[in-house]
Design a protein around this ligand. Structure first.
Ligand code: BYC
Length: 324
């Protein structure tokens, strides 16, 4: 049968699209109840889910040191920080759920390798100094990337980011304070810090994603004001911010080409090993298999909690119904 498109349908489609575009143009927020193009919805689900997975997988590298933290104070701090990451994951999964995807589906996609998480969490943490360096460099990169996301066009994501960024700044300062303490300690402690910085510097630069000319999503995400800066812009901002912090701490970055460029007003830096990045993102990093396996077994071990919660909710619903 030959279907004729009714003019009023075309007008209605045009009107909702105009409304969406004008909301973006006026820097207002798209809310879950609003109409949005399917590609916008998919992009938001992809980014928020990957972000949520990164927070949850990101608990593992530092979690490795909870039982071996050198004092009760350090243990309490680390425990609180790792719990905060779990909280960030929860806010983000909830934000993604407003777009019509279920948290169980997202977990399934993570475990089966269909949704990504940040490359940075596929590196090991063999030294206690890694706890401080993750706080300083990894949370520092996260803040640099995430502060502009507080103005992201999707309301639930932008609001979640405000809260997350406040906690991330606190995390970064705890990392820097730990490193300051170690740098005031023995030669061995100073060497531990430098050795850890050497391992984390390059991977932290990769957190910002591929170079702009190889980033398939940036252009559309900038047009929709999901992203406010390109990957390379944020990476440069991070380098510029980190160099003086390293000097104050008394460590160096493992990059012989890192130097101030008076002409550009920025630090130049060396070539990032994008082959290494691609290997890690495609599942072949030092800890990918371990991270996913750990997540899978935690999910399976938690099945009884989910079943109990559902049974309890069903009971409550039945009681409310009877009372009504
Ligand atoms: N690792 O076109 P592009 C944290 C993917 S949590 C893995 O530039 P986009 C913390 C990218 O997803 C840190 N994959 O993409 C937690 C895309 O994949 P698809 C996480 C990466 O989205 C606990 C493809 O490569 N932060 O800090 O425009 C403790 C092409 O890239 C990576 C967030 O998630 C990577 N590094 O830009 C401590 C922030 N980079 O299309 C700390 C929110 C890129 O194949 N996300 N890919 O599915 C974003 O800001 C953006 O998604 C990105 C990438 C800048 C990461």
């Amino acid at each position: 049968m030959n279907e004729t498109v009714q003019p009023e349908t075309v007008d209605a489609d045009r009107a909702v699209l105009d409304h969406f575009e004008s909301t973006i143009a006026h820097d207002q927020r798209i809310e879950p109840r609003d109409w949005m193009p399917e590609k916008y919805r998919k992009t938001m689900i992809r980014q928020i889910a990957q972000h949520a997975h990164s927070e949850i997988i990101g608990m593992q590298p530092e979690g490795n040191w909870i039982t071996r933290a050198p004092s009760l104070r350090r243990k309490a701090i680390l425990l609180a920080k790792v719990q905060d990451e779990a909280g960030h994951g929860m806010y983000l999964y909830s934000a993604a759920e407003t777009l019509g995807i279920d948290r169980g589906e997202m977990t399934e996609m993570l475990i089966s390798g269909r949704q990504k998480y940040s490359s940075i969490f596929n590196y090991p943490t063999p030294s206690y100094a890694d706890v401080g360096v993750i706080g300083w460099l990894v949370d520092g990169a996260a803040i640099c990337n995430q502060v502009p996301l507080c103005r992201s066009s999707f309301g639930p994501y932008a609001r979640a980011m405000v809260r997350i960024c406040k906690e991330e700044s606190f995390h970064q300062r705890q990392g820097y304070e730990l490193l300051m303490t170690m740098m005031r300690g023995t030669d061995t402690q100073r060497e531990m810090v430098q050795e850890s910085v050497n391992r984390w510097w390059w991977p932290s630069l990769m957190m910002f994603g591929p170079p702009d000319e190889q980033s398939p999503n940036t252009e559309q995400s900038m047009a929709w004001k999901i992203k406010r800066h390109t990957n390379d812009e944020l990476r440069q901002r991070y380098v510029d911010m980190s160099v003086p912090q390293a000097e104050a701490l008394g460590v160096t970055f493992p990059d012989p080409e890192l130097r101030w460029n008076a002409a550009t007003g920025h630090y130049d830096y060396g070539q990032i090993d994008w082959d290494d990045f691609n290997r890690v993102v495609s599942g072949d990093g030092p800890c990918n298999a371990e991270r996913i396996e750990h997540r899978r077994s935690a999910h399976e071990d938690g099945a009884w909690v989910r079943e109990a919660a559902i049974a309890y909710a069903d009971k409550q619903a039945a009681r409310t119904k009877t009372a009504a």
